[in-house]
Write a protein that binds this ligand. Structure first.
Ligand code: ADP
Ligand code: MG
Length: 610
């Protein structure tokens, strides 16, 4: 269609320099998104000013008022007006400084931006001044600096944020939501600066009160929740990494306290809270196989490196950075967390469990006959494992396991069902000293180790064992495969047939050979012997694999995908709940637990034992 003549040709308009207020408001659009960004910028200024005590006050989630007081170096009276001017900073001198930034601020635009969209005042006093000085700016209109009273340090007050930019104001959420975000921002900076005292009040109520001079660990626990201490592991980079200029310290949570979102992950670089894809990936990767893929580990990691090895000037609110060597950072984080997880006993313990979940007093082994498989299953699939002693079970079970054998050996192992057993816990069957493994409901094994009683989910543990076995075999390239006498034929969609060639390298590693026959079927010629021996049918298995391959994050050359398929294979090959096991099998499975790495959870991350 030709250009419409109905539309008037745009007339040229003169180009003009923007009014400074507008410039600042535009900058504020990036820097000052919401009250939390104001709180963050002001606290960062206080930290850069070497404050030892920082107080943040909020009213109505910061929409009404944000006030940050510090006892830092202060601002000279004749500098106050510059402090609130755009592109004015005391933190950069020469262009090369930009490549080695050691302060939290450096652009000199935060105060100017904030002052352009609020009723702003800043009162400050250095230790050389007799009194404090005050400057007020309302929507960009600056008052002359005047004397005021106040101690050494700085008080920045922001009222009625966005009062003159209604479009922005509309995007604010409820005061509660804004308050929570402000608190998150303050908490993050407090975690990164354990030597500095922090107080946060919300509508005059104290929400956070942290003493000065805490150790990094004390501060981290104060932020994450002291009750989590028993669920956290310390991580650190080794000396080799220190020598390479990267140091790392932190706390990471046991799989049991993983969350549905990554909000419980805090990463700091040189005292600056950051978000970084490579680090997030490394954290997740370290837990692979220990928790379900959709869960997010709890972690607080502090990285320190030479400021010249990282560019912090890549994001409007400085929340992202660019590492010169991102793969170094990734590998250090991954290895440090893996090491910590490896040396930890990840089997959920009774004590931890007892204190975290008083809500399920009867989760396991009640003395009454309702020892149902469902209850066990509940327990094993719950997020935070719950198990309490109540009046019974733990001691009773230990007695039962430790008592010398008093009952006939037929009682040991391979019990079809225990539901109709006598209900008194002391009459639980006693294993022989030789085996000491008891199978309950053909689904759970009960035994002991040095630390106490162990209850094992037979399927989860066997699945984990199969997974490790497959992984090792695959690593050595000797996963055996078997040619089928007659090919297994399965129905397939045109899309699946089309995708088949792209799966060839993956199939080759697994020992699968398959090709399309006709427009709507696939023939499987070779299949892993391992699966075959466990009675897994080639047709349905490949069908499921092809369905999996349709998902977006399926990448046939990716390790993650390979692991998912190994999961699938081990799950199918493993003993199921309900499978009765012989004494020998019971012993073998329990012995495996000692031998395999990460035996405490199945490949999906379900705990195998408690
Ligand atoms: P930046 O932090 O990037 O330098 P700001 O606009 O946040 O930019 O602050 C401008 C300047 O004001 C800072 O460089 C600093 O000199 C001074 N300043 C701001 N807040 C404080 C404070 N709380 N204590 C001392 N000086 C401050
Ligand atoms: Mg600043």
């Amino acid at each position: 269609m030709p250009e419409s003549t109905a539309q008037a040709a745009p007339s040229t308009r003169p180009i003009r320099r923007l009014d400074p207020l507008l410039v600042n408001q535009i900058a504020a659009g990036e820097v000052v998104e919401r009250p939390a960004s104001v709180a963050k910028e002001l606290v960062e200024n206080a930290l850069d000013a070497h404050a030892t005590r920082i107080t943040v006050e909020l009213e109505r989630g910061g929409i009404e008022l944000i006030r940050v007081c510090d006892d830092g170096v202060g601002i000279e009276p004749d500098q106050l007006s510059l402090a609130v001017a755009a592109h004015a900073t005391s933190k950069l001198d020469a262009p090369e400084d930009l490549s080695r930034i050691a302060t939290l601020g450096f652009r000199g635009e935060a105060l100017a931006s904030i002052a352009s969209v609020s009723r702003f005042s800043i009162r400050s006093r250095t230790r050389h001044d007799e009194s404090a000085s005050l400057i007020e700016i309302v929507g960009g209109d600056e008052s002359p600096v005047r004397p005021a009273s106040g101690p050494v340090g700085t008080v920045a007050t922001v009222r009625n944020l966005f009062f003159n930019t209604p479009a922005r104001r509309k995007f604010l959420r409820t005061p509660q939501t804004e308050q929570a975000r402000c608190a998150d921002a303050v908490r993050a900076l407090a975690a990164a600066n354990p030597r500095i005292a922090f107080t946060l009040t919300c509508d005059a109520r104290v929400a956070l009160d942290l003493p000065p001079d805490q150790s990094p660990k004390e501060r981290a626990l104060a932020i994450l929740g002291p009750e989590l201490e028993s669920q956290l592991l310390e991580v650190h980079a080794d000396e080799f990494d220190d020598a390479r200029g990267l140091s790392l310290w932190g706390l990471v949570g046991l799989p049991a306290i993983a969350r549905a979102t990554n909000k419980a992950q805090h990463v700091f670089l040189n005292g600056r809270p950051i978000r970084d894809k490579a680090i997030q990936h490394a954290i997740k990767e370290a837990y692979r196989g220990l928790m379900e893929h959709s869960r997010h580990p709890t972690a607080m990691l502090m990285l320190e490196m030479d400021p010249s090895a990282v560019d912090v000037n890549v994001h409007p609110s400085k929340a992202e950075v660019r590492f010169r060597d991102s793969s170094l950072v990734h590998s250090v984080v991954l290895r440090a967390i893996r090491d910590a997880l490896r040396s930890a006993d990840l089997t959920p313990a009774f004590d931890a469990v007892r204190s975290t979940s008083p809500a399920h007093p009867q989760a396991v082994l009640p003395s009454s006959p309702n020892l149902s498989p469902a209850r066990f299953r509940d327990y094993f699939t719950r997020d935070v494992p719950a198990m309490t002693s109540g009046s019974l079970s733990y001691e009773a079970l230990r007695d039962a396991l430790e008592k010398p054998k008093t009952e006939p050996p037929t009682e040991v192992g391979g019990q079809p069902d225990t539901a109709d057993r006598p209900s008194h816990p002391n009459q639980l069957p006693t294993p022989t000293p030789a085996t000491r493994v008891l199978q309950i409901h053909n689904a759970y094994l009960v035994t002991q180790d040095e630390q106490g009683v162990v209850i094992i989910d037979q399927h989860a543990l066997h699945e984990r064992a199969m997974f490790e076995f497959l992984l090792a075999r695959l690593g050595r390239g000797d996963l055996e495969s078997q040619r089928l006498l007659t090919p297994a034929v399965l129905d397939a969609s045109p899309a699946q047939i089309e995708r088949l060639p792209s799966l060839a390298p993956l199939f080759k590693r697994l020992g699968v050979e398959a090709e399309p026959i006709g427009p709507a079927s696939i023939a499987v010629h070779c299949f892993p012997t391992f699966l075959f021996d466990k009675g897994v049918e080639p047709g349905p298995f490949i069908h499921e694999l092809l369905e999996k391959a349709e998902s977006d994050d399926f990448n046939p050359t990716d390790e993650q995908t390979l692991h998912e398929i190994l999961d699938m294979m081990s799950c199918k090959a493993a003993i199921k709940a309900g499978d009765k096991m012989s004494d020998d099998e019971l012993d073998a499975l329990v012995a495996i637990r000692e031998q395999i790495e990460r035996s405490s959870s199945c490949p999906h991350g379900r705990p195998t034992s408690v």
